[in-house]
Design a protein around this ligand. Structure first.
Ligand code: SAM
Ligand code: SF4
Ligand code: SF4
Length: 339
């Protein structure tokens, strides 16, 4: 208990990436020219089984995690994902069980997910402009598919939804006010995410980042906003509410206003490594010890040592790194650990 890292940050959230596969090819995450037909994704025997995921989660919950989020890749591509949801929902001490999805397969999966005990949903949608959206998912989906997923989620009672929109200057930034208006009318919480230099495959450049302050300015000019005070420790989004009382938005400003000081997240990859930062260069393998017969106490000791040694604060040091140093740093990919 009371597990803290080197900067006194507790372990509160666990993000579980259940697959490295995805049915989209968002250029900022899995560019199609790299993740083509012949790309070798993890073979099934290398993936953690549901039983293994649940066993690790139990241990991580014992160490303080109370919020769990399923992600990927695209989590709905993992076969029988609802069975995993049901198994995780049964763990004592889990306050929140959520999923982030591109929603393409959501309509056919929702009833099963709800019955299994999934509490909250975050759906990613970067723009309402169909042409731009297709460009932003590698031509895999129109906006209509995601809206159908959103509608199904509304009908199933997952309201308000969180909607994630990655903002790329020169790509979708001129469509943000439309997106805000659309979700304001539907009472969902839209969260703008600054385009991040996760991994090494998306060709990230600082000049493609639209700072959150500018996003707020642009929305505020059309739909007046005021800041919401008193965010809880560990909350990554800065919140603003509409001055007319009609809902709120969030800003995830990993690049321009880092929040490493309150980062309480651990990430578990599909093949069983834990990562203590989204921009980590290495993970700590738990699968081999697990499959070699380690006890829960042995695994707990590895996790304790990993979190206890944690000194990650990449977003706070990013601006002090030269492009060259940044490019040389071999980081884990977003599709692998799920954001
Ligand atoms: N496939 C699911 C989805 O897209 O919702 C879940 C996994 S995805 C990696 C999780 C979130 O990360 C999505 O909301 C996505 O937009 C965001 N994301 C991916 N690459 C990003 C990047 N380079 N910068 C900022 N956000 C990114
Ligand atoms: Fe797939 Fe999500 Fe990455 Fe897009 S952001 S490629 S939907 S994992
Ligand atoms: Fe957490 Fe790493 Fe992001 Fe900082 S850069 S907020 S430590 S994940």
């Amino acid at each position: 208990m009371n597990l803290k890292d080197q900067y006194d940050r507790p372990l509160r959230d666990l993000r579980i990436s259940v697959t490295d596969r995805c049915n989209f090819r968002c250029p900022y995450c899995m560019p199609a020219e790299i993740f083509g037909e012949r790309y070798q994704f993890l073979p099934k025997p290398q993936l953690l089984t549901f039983e293994e995921i649940v066993r690790l989660t139990r241990i991580i919950v014992r160490l303080g995690a109370v919020k769990i989020r399923l992600t990927g890749g695209e989590p709905l591509l993992r076969q029988d994902i609802e069975d995993l949801v049901a198994m995780l929902a049964a763990i004592d001490g889990v306050d929140d069980l959520a999923m982030t999805t591109n929603a393409y397969l959501l309509p056919q999966k929702l009833d099963a997910l709800k019955a299994a005990g999934l509490k909250r949903l975050t759906i990613s949608l970067d723009t309402l402009d169909d042409e731009i959206f297709r460009r932003m998912n590698g031509g895999r989906s129109g906006v209509d598919k995601v809206l159908a997923g959103i509608e199904a989620a509304e009908v199933a009672g997952y309201t308000p939804l969180k909607i994630n929109a990655v903002v790329q200057r020169g790509v979708n930034d001129h469509t943000l006010v439309d997106l805000a208006r659309f979700f304001k009318e539907r009472d969902h919480i839209l969260r703008f995410i600054e385009y991040m230099d996760v991994g090494n495959k998306n060709g990230w450049k600082m000049d493609e980042v639209l700072p959150s302050a500018e996003i707020v300015e642009r929305i505020h000019a059309e739909l007046p906003l005021e800041p919401v005070a008193g965010n809880y420790f560990g909350e990554v989004a800065r919140r603003y509410r509409y001055a007319d009382g009609g809902g709120e938005i969030g800003l995830i400003s990993s690049v321009t206003q880092p929040f490493c000081g309150s980062c309480t997240r651990m990430r578990l990859s599909p093949e069983g490594r834990i990562f203590t930062c989204l921009f980590a260069t290495e993970g700590t393998d738990l699968r081999d010890p697990l499959r070699a017969g380690a006890s829960d106490d042995d695994i707990e000791a590895i996790i304790r040592a990993t979190w206890g040694a944690r000194i990650d604060r990449y977003s706070e040091i990013r601006s002090s790194l030269t492009d060259e140093v940044r490019d040389r740093r071999k980081k884990v990919e977003m599709y692998h650990i799920g954001g």
